[in-house]
Design a protein around this ligand. Sequence first.
Ligand code: MG
Length: 387
Amino acid sequence: MNIISILGSTGSIGVQALDVIASQGGRYAVKALGAGRNIRLLKKQIEIFRPRLVAVYDEEHAHRLRELSGSGTGTAIVHGPQGYCEVASLPESDLVISSMVGAAGLIPTLAAIEAGKNVALANKETLVMAGELVMAAAKRKGVMILPIDSEHSAVFQCLQGQRREALKRIILTASGGPFYAWAQDALRDVKPVQALRHPNWKMGKKITIDSASMMNKGLEIIEARWLFDVPVDQIEVVVHPQSIVHSFVEYWDGSVIAQLGKPDMRIPIAYALSWPERLPREGPFMDFRAPSTLEFRSPDEEKFPCLALACSAVKTGGTMPAVLNGANEVAVQAFLDEEIRFIHIASVIKSVMNAHLPVFSPALADIINADSEAREGAMKNIKERRD
Ligand code: MG
């Protein structure tokens, strides 16, 4: 039996991971869960999966969970960053699913690696902020980083059994988000509710806004750079509105290998859990006899400047990607709170990046500092826009 810990169990990926696990009979056991503030859902998950340990956001939520669950569940309740690290390093776990949202996922994911766990990675900020450091730690500990992000799962699958010297380029597909066909001027008056309406994928709020601005694809370029140890100029993005081809890998002989499937995150989750095997699932399956079209187009970098900002950050290197990420998290939240316009997400990030002097070959402390600096800079910039 495989013992699993999940960081971010009440989020979109966490819930779908538990769904995959529950569908596989006794093949997997969940022994530790980390969640934020959704105590009611966490209580249900505890009742179903009977973990030995759970971690929640803070002491107050730990207290509320204890009251709600009553005694005698046999589940220890801890809280805060230290609590998440305990979940990540639970001795009996074989694999940690890292699916917390945002920068908060970095330290627990590193704790899992340091504890010698294989990591099924959905938290892209881990590699965006600290890719070099995280991949070096994984190598040193001899652990696998198995991608859950659908594009990276696709690339990972297309690279199986191939010689790396033969790899010409990686092509990440992007749905283009809800505004792909909109005129640039129309983006000025976009409301959060419109940006939250993703055409193909049902995901959490942060990543849905990132998809609408195409920052999500920018973050994925950085993620791919580290995960597959490929220079950025060998990674391209193509808009594919149907989200059926999840990415391509091209080899020097001109062969292109793609991974296709329904846009359902349970497919890459199942692959990360079972690699190198494949879990039988009950669908949904592709029907190629039904009339369908697969389209591919070049991304509009003028309309979606976040893509170029992300490429520039990873080319600069050092702490710059962490700054891009920190400023983006603050700007996205400000847009959701209707403090800034959608088109200002990119301008906030750009000014914060311009003000940053990057530290190269950063230690974890440099990355954490850069992240805080970026958040403060972004908040200041947003406040100045309002004044
Ligand atoms: Mg993705």
